[in-house]
Write a protein that binds this ligand. Structure first.
Ligand code: AMP
Ligand code: ZN
Length: 113
């Protein structure tokens, strides 16, 4: 399986990694839609929300607390930010490795940044 996000997590593909721990990695989106646009991903390959299991609940919660920490580090927590998880074709999911978009630093427009 050739997954670009697995390759970034493994250090085999370039990525501007801003956070990593044993469960999750965060890196800057290559096509940012706002001044801050970071993707937070589980280190384990999970294709989408549709592939989550009940035992993944702590992992999914962890993605959100990492997002909150990064929002503080990036200084966008007071102004507010948007967290997005595209799931499947109709949502326009392009990379099938679960990821949480953290977007902020400007007043949001529809649909993303
Ligand atoms: P989506 O699957 O639609 O939620 O979004 C996938 C996101 O991944 C898009 O915002 C892309 O710009 C971003 N992306 C795709 N390839 C890379 C990469 N190699 N490094 C960083 N971001 C990427
Ligand atoms: Zn993957």
């Amino acid at each position: 399986m050739d997954c670009i996000f697995c390759r970034i997590i493994a250090g085999e593909a370039p990525g501007e990694i801003v956070y990593a721990d044993e469960l999750a990695t965060a890196f800057r989106d290559i096509h940012p839609v706002g001044p801050t646009h970071i993707l937070i991903v589980p280190n384990q390959h999970i294709a989408s929300v549709e592939d989550l299991q009940a035992e993944d609940e702590p992992l999914v919660g962890h993605l959100f607390t990492v997002a909150r920490q990064l929002a503080r580090e990036q200084g966008i927590h007071e102004g507010g930010y948007r967290l997005i998880v595209n799931t499947g074709r109709n949502a326009g999911q392009a990379v099938f490795h679960l990821h949480l978009h953290l977007i902020g630093g400007q007043r949001m427009r529809f649909p993303m940044g």
